[in-house]
Design a protein around this ligand. Structure first.
Ligand SMILES: Nc1ncnc2c1ncn2[C@@H]1O[C@H](COP(=O)(O)OP(=O)(O)OP(=O)(O)O)[C@@H](O)[C@H]1O
Ligand SMILES: [Mg+2]
Length: 306
């Protein structure tokens, strides 16, 4: 791994066109070690194209990329060693088994035969595909293929993990497991970049979010919007009307069009507000963040750009 101060992934003003389609126009982002960063945006905004460039699999037309300090244009081998890439669709070789698939990837990364086999078995267990070890990968269900794809991205024990819509097709338990696995990767110091359209799930998983629209990453105004959305709390009490009146009298911003939602400055103020309401004799049965902050931000962003 590179020196701790630099982010593991840095991209500045990266652009890439396919013919006359400007897939990525100006993308800038950083992914820090030990954190999970979300890459969010509508279909066709350039997420996959950007990730392919970060993984060193597609050349940018312009801009700068550094992965663990290496430039994919001039040091592709270093980037390849540093990165684990999970594509949105896994290609499988016809009659190759799940265990062989992972072992072959391990061999390609320079592991000895026995090591590669061992690594394959460990990773199959990690994604709960142990019982499929000797079956051809092509017979796997869609969600099982996603899990194999995730295992494949981890074969080289990468410092940087890029996941393109990893939750696609996963059943509820597998989604929860994916979330834990992703958090675990970050806890072990990896830098994780993850794209997904299931924003409510990302909410619980990510430390940072980068929004993209029409090939451009959006800047600080969006980060502020996320923070604002995170500070909205939904309250349920046995008498909402009385509570709303008390809150307004205490100069708290209240929205009571659909239930009771208050805008607070963050967790500190939320804790204080809850104690205060109970102290005032209100009987509270619910107090929780008002929905997905990322989803609210996404909707606000889309609204503006329509
Ligand atoms: N190989 C290619 N050749 C031509 N156009 C491409 C190619 N790859 C991507 N594009 C175009 O570039 C744009 C960005 O595509 P990209 O796949 O990066 O979007 P995305 O944000 O990943 O979308 P989604 O959410 O649907 O996965 C789209 O307009 C797409 O049609
Ligand atoms: Mg995509």
């Amino acid at each position: 791994m590179g020196d701790g101060a630099e982010p593991a992934v840095q991209a500045r003003d990266v652009a890439r066109a396919f013919g006359d389609v400007q897939a990525v126009a100006a993308a800038s982002l950083e992914v820090r070690r030990g954190t999970v960063t979300a890459l969010i945006g509508p279909n066709g905004c350039g997420k996959t194209t950007l990730m392919l460039m970060l993984a060193g699999l597609l050349r940018p037309d312009s801009g700068e990329i550094r992965v663990e300090g290496a430039d994919p244009r001039t040091d592709a081998a270093a980037v390849r060693d540093a990165i684990g890439w999970m594509p949105d669709q896994l290609g499988t070789w016809d009659n190759v088994t799940c265990a062989q698939t992972l072992a072959l990837v391990g061999r390609a990364y320079g592991l000895a035969r026995a090591q590669a086999r061992e690594r394959a078995a460990t990773l199959l267990d990690l994604v709960h595909l142990g019982e499929f070890a000797d079956r051809p990968a092509r017979v796997l269900s869609r969600g099982q293929k996603q899990r194999l794809s995730l295992a494949r991205a981890l074969v080289n024990d990468p410092a940087v993990v890029l996941l393109d819509e990893p939750a696609n097709g996963l059943d509820p338990r597998s989604r929860v497991e994916l979330r834990h696995l992703v958090r675990d990767l970050a806890a072990h110091g990896r830098a994780v970049l993850i794209s997904s359209h299931v924003l409510s799930e990302l909410d619980e998983m990510v430390d940072d979010a980068v929004f993209m629209s029409k090939g451009r990453t959006l800047g600080d105004e969006v980060a502020q919007e996320v923070a604002r959305a995170r500070a909205r709390y939904r309250i349920g009490s046995m008498d909402d009307a009385a509570l709303a009146a008390d809150l307004r009298a205490a100069r708290v911003e209240v929205d009571d069009r659909d239930g009771l939602v208050v805008s607070l400055s963050g967790e500190e103020e939320a804790a204080a507000a809850l104690a205060w309401m109970i102290g005032q004799g209100h009987r509270i049965h619910r107090f929780a963040p008002a929905g997905s902050a990322l989803e609210q931000t996404y909707m606000a962003m889309e609204e503006e750009r329509r």
